[in-house]
Design a protein around this ligand. Structure first.
Ligand code: PBG
Length: 306
């Protein structure tokens, strides 16, 4: 009688590629997830796509970081190199997505450039995002995820893409993205140097749904092709409201801390791992997500093949 089904094609696998390593490096707070070399990235991506996942979201970890995140729009930067290799290996066999955010590339770890007082400078950051978007589109990304959360980011990126002739490169708008404790393990995953928090540019969890709907309306008006709610499990009420209101498809991101929570409890024998994974994914789908970013995407797809 069940009427909510999670299928591999609903799932998008986030993947990390790190510069300057010879072997994949485990991420201790995310057992089973690694920082890939360029070679292992391609191999794991092909396996995930063959198993049936619907897309890949790629994050890059450079060796050198600086105040403006120079590696982000460098065509030879780790993320752009990874995208180019994946594009040449996979072509249009999958939806190739890129994280359009500066935090992995800045030495201060913020999602933007800073002003003299050390605060994130929204408008100066937008110029960096326009340039980063072009580098990612040229490297072959199909869809850019605007996770930097600057005001006006979607509009600026859309205009830059159009002006350069990248009319078919889409935008995944991180519409409501909450300043969450559940990003904890991700900081290790990308060797983040962040001190402080992102409360000046991410949403406050104590705001009700109207705030989220306003963010969605802005991103859609600016040209987002898909909007995303993030994190997922603690925000299912928001997800349901966004799914009911959004004129464009809605995604949800089951983030690093959601993954770590289940893995840690399962490791201690405190819950049944596969049942818990399926239940969380089903809940997110039931709340209205038509696609889910999850670190379990490849495993789920491989299990479904059995
Ligand atoms: C920003 C970004 C973050 C995540 C995805 N994109 C980190 C942040 O906003 O602090 C988190 C994903 C996760 O926790 O799994 N580049």
């Amino acid at each position: 009688m069940s009427d909510v089904h999670v299928r591999p094609a609903d799932l998008i696998l986030p993947m990390f590629v790190r510069e300057g390593i010879a072997e994949p490096a485990p991420i201790s707070s995310m057992p089973g997830v690694v920082q890939h070399t360029q070679e292992s990235l391609v191999k794991a991506a092909v396996e995930a796509v063959e198993a049936g996942v619907g897309g890949l979201m790629i994050f890059g970890i450079p060796t050198e970081k600086d105040a403006v995140g120079s590696g982000a729009d460098d065509p030879d930067g780790v993320l752009n190199v990874g995208l180019r290799r994946l594009q040449s290996e996979l072509g249009d066999d999958t939806v190739l997505m890129a994280d359009l955010c500066l935090d992995e590339f800045t030495d201060h770890g913020h999602c933007g450039v800073l002003d003299a007082a050390g605060a994130v400078d929204n408008d100066a950051t937008l110029r960096r995002y326009a340039s980063m978007a072009l580098a990612q589109a040229e490297a072959g990304a199909h869809l850019l995820g605007t996770s930097g959360m600057m005001d006006g980011q979607v509009a600026v990126v859309r205009a830059a893409l159009d002006a350069a002739g990248h009319l078919d490169t889409g935008i995944l708008g991180y519409a409501p993205k909450y300043a969450s404790a559940f990003y904890g393990p991700f900081r290790e995953a990308v060797n983040s140097s962040l001190v402080g928090d992102r409360k000046s540019y991410q949403q406050d969890a104590s705001r009700s749904v109207a705030d989220a709907l306003a963010e969605v309306a802005l991103d859609v008006a600016e040209g987002a092709d898909i909007v995303m709610v993030k994190p997922a499990l603690p925000y299912l009420d928001i997800l349901r409201a966004v799914a009911d209101a959004s004129p464009v498809p809605v995604a949800a991101y089951q983030i690093s801390g959601e993954y770590a929570m289940v893995e840690a409890a399962a490791e201690r024998g405190w819950l049944e791992r596969e049942r818990a994974i399926l239940e969380t994914l089903t809940s997110i789908k039931r709340a209205g997500a038509s696609m889910i970013l999850t670190y379990w995407a490849a495993e789920f797809a491989q299990l479904s093949l059995r």
